[in-house]
Design a protein around this ligand. Structure first.
Ligand SMILES: [Fe+2]
Ligand SMILES: [Fe+2]
Length: 244
């Protein structure tokens, strides 16, 4: 089963995707996703990363991050609009890669400001989105708001076979190998138990679990920090075994 399906199912409330556009002045998620500039920026950011050998960061990745970030806040009882801002931030979070991989979070926030301003989003909302985009990277970001925490949790949970562009590379590249080994990835939000668990199914013939930790330790620390900000604990299971 694909990760896309799992993430969608994680809504738990009839597969709640971000709310459909309503008449009025509020900028909806769908309008942002369908915006011609956004489409170009998302595509070009992914193309730039393809050039330097990174895993998939395009429509699939950002669409998934948007959906998971929305679901995290929705399931934890945050207001619908806050969840929608998380979806918008999730969709735009990696556009900075079109400029440079380094500091792509902060660069992307500035780019998003221009897009969202032109689309008429009020500054109070824009700043929430920018804070989430600018803080999503595990090395230099912090959960500065519930929206930022949700985007970070969603982004770090996207480890999956389908992100590997060239399976021939798994022999040589640890990132490709680890991603390729992950057959299933599901961010389970247990609102009653106040716990978020990243559930991974890993083919250990392709990559040992130790390799996962070798490259993803900082991501797990960022996830735990974000979960704590939201008042829940963070756990990880690999092939049904709880590791944290
Ligand atoms: Fe990123
Ligand atoms: Fe990302």
């Amino acid at each position: 089963m694909s990760q896309r399906t799992n993430a969608h199912r994680s809504a738990g409330s009839g597969g709640a995707a971000p709310a459909a556009a309503e008449p009025g002045s509020v900028l909806r998620f769908d309008e942002v996703r369908e915006n011609p500039r956004v489409r170009i920026y998302v595509r070009k950011a992914d193309e730039a990363l393809a050039e330097i050998g990174y895993t998939e960061h395009g429509e699939r990745h950002v669409g998934l991050v948007a959906r998971i970030a929305f679901n995290v806040l929705k399931r934890l009882g945050y207001p619908e609009r806050q969840a929608e801002l998380a979806a918008i931030a999730g969709y735009l979070h990696d556009i900075g890669n079109a400029v440079n991989r380094d500091h792509h979070a902060q660069i992307g926030a500035v780019m998003a400001m221009q897009i969202l301003t032109a689309m008429g989003m009020p500054d109070e909302e824009i700043l929430v989105v920018l804070g989430a985009i600018g803080n999503h990277h595990e090395n230099d970001g912090d959960p500065v708001s519930p929206v930022a925490a949700a985007v970070t949790l969603a982004d770090k949970s996207d480890v999956h076979r389908t992100r590997v562009r060239n399976p021939d590379m798994i022999k040589f590249d640890i990132h490709d190998r680890v991603n390729y080994a992950v057959e299933k990835s599901f961010l389970n939000v247990d609102e009653a138990g106040k716990q978020i668990t990243l559930e991974l199914t890993v083919d250990t013939k392709i990559s040992q679990v130790m390799e996962y930790f070798e490259i993803f330790m900082t991501r797990m620390v960022a996830s735990r920090k974000s979960a704590k900000f939201l008042g829940v604990s963070f756990g990880l299971t690999v092939n049904g075994n709880r590791l944290t």
